[in-house]
Design a protein around this ligand. Structure first.
Ligand SMILES: *[C@@H]1O[C@H](CO)[C@@H](O)[C@H](O)[C@H]1NC(C)=O
Ligand SMILES: *[C@@H]1O[C@H](CO)[C@@H](O)[C@H](O)[C@H]1NC(C)=O
Ligand SMILES: *[C@@H]1O[C@H](CO)[C@@H](O)[C@H](O)[C@H]1NC(C)=O
Ligand SMILES: *[C@@H]1O[C@H](CO)[C@@H](O)[C@H](O)[C@H]1NC(C)=O
Length: 273
């Protein structure tokens, strides 16, 4: 962003006024009343510009004096009047102003372009999804910078570093490279009523022994719960190995004496009585 400030040089402005005023001026070709401007003569009563102040400051020659009559701001090939606004970008507006002896552009509005044609004021924050952005101004550059990020999880935003446990997997809200997400930091296997096993651990549920193993399929690692041994469960929930004798309730109320038969992961009973 360029801010133009042009100095109205006082010594030029009040050069050789001889107490003249615009009201007294009458255009005349009298060379003794003409103004010397940038090496040539401007007739009395005529408007002119001078090199040092550019094409947007107009003076009038009044009895050899430079009388300032119009100040404007340069804009491309034209001049804009004081009070004119110029937008140099979507969120930046400058205004042509006169300030003491200076005429130029002054910033009257700035900010960062947001999403969807909006402007965010300097130092204001903007929330997009789980990321909070802040409009930062540094010298004359504006940046909508992420200042806080989080992870979307079940319709809420979790803060960075937050962990969640679900189905024996612990995930954490992290930023890896440019990708923000819930990354697994601990994996396990679910078995039984929802208990968890870590990889390599074993657990017993209803007389079946489970282990938690990892499997690598196409480069992706999965945890699987595997039954690795079975025993017979009696009416009290006690476990019996192959050949063991045990009491079983059959049809709700008949207690029978049985033998446990285990074949691999299959269990059976042989009962009498
Ligand atoms: C000088 O400029 C003023 C203001 O723009 C204008 O009103 C006037 O007519 C001009 N005079 C001449 C001689 O061009
Ligand atoms: C320039 O912008 C200011 C602030 O938005 C406004 O008050 C003023 O009227 C505008 N000037 C013009 C000429 O549109
Ligand atoms: C923005 O914040 C910085 C640092 O706190 C401060 O220096 C600056 O004046 C603020 N700018 C605006 C426009 O609030
Ligand atoms: C066992 O259950 C049967 C049918 O459910 C019932 O008729 C019988 O009375 C019950 N016997 C005992 C001892 O509870």
């Amino acid at each position: 962003m360029v801010v133009y400030w042009t100095l109205v040089v006082l010594s030029v402005l009040y050069y050789n006024t001889n107490g003249a005023s615009i009201n007294q001026a009458a255009p005349t070709l009298d060379p003794t009343l003409a103004c010397s401007v940038d090496g040539h003569l401007v007739p009395n009563g005529q408007n002119f510009t001078i090199k040092i102040n550019g094409p947007c400051f107009t003076f009038k020659c009044v009895n050899r004096a430079y009388i300032p009559i119009e100040f404007k701001c340069p804009y491309g090939d034209t001049c804009l009047a004081i009070g004119s606004n110029v937008s140099t970008s979507q969120c930046i507006t400058q205004q042509c102003q006169k300030n003491g002896n200076y005429v130029g552009y002054n910033l009257i509005k700035d900010g960062c372009p947001g999403f969807g044609n909006t402007c965010i004021d300097v130092n204001a924050t903007y929330q997009d999804g789980c990321t909070t952005y802040k409009c930062l101004k540094n010298d004359n550059t504006y940046q909508l910078a992420p200042v806080e990020w989080g992870c979307r999880f079940r319709n809420t935003c979790l803060k960075a570093g937050h962990t969640e446990k679900s189905q024996c997997q612990v995930t954490r809200c992290e930023k890896r490279g440019d990708v923000i997400g819930m990354y697994p930091i601990q994996n396990g296997c679910q078995y039984g009523d929802g208990q968890c096993l870590n990889v390599g651990e074993q657990g017993l549920y209803k007389c079946v022994l489970y282990s938690c193993e990892t499997q690598n399929i196409n480069g992706l690692t999965y945890q699987t719960t595997k039954p690795i041994a079975a025993m017979c469960e009696d009416s009290q929930g006690m476990c019996h190995s192959n050949g063991g004798s045990m009491q079983m309730i059959i049809n709700g109320n008949i207690t029978a004496s049985c033998n446990c038969m285990v074949n691999g992961l299959n269990v059976g009973y042989q009962c009498s009585g």
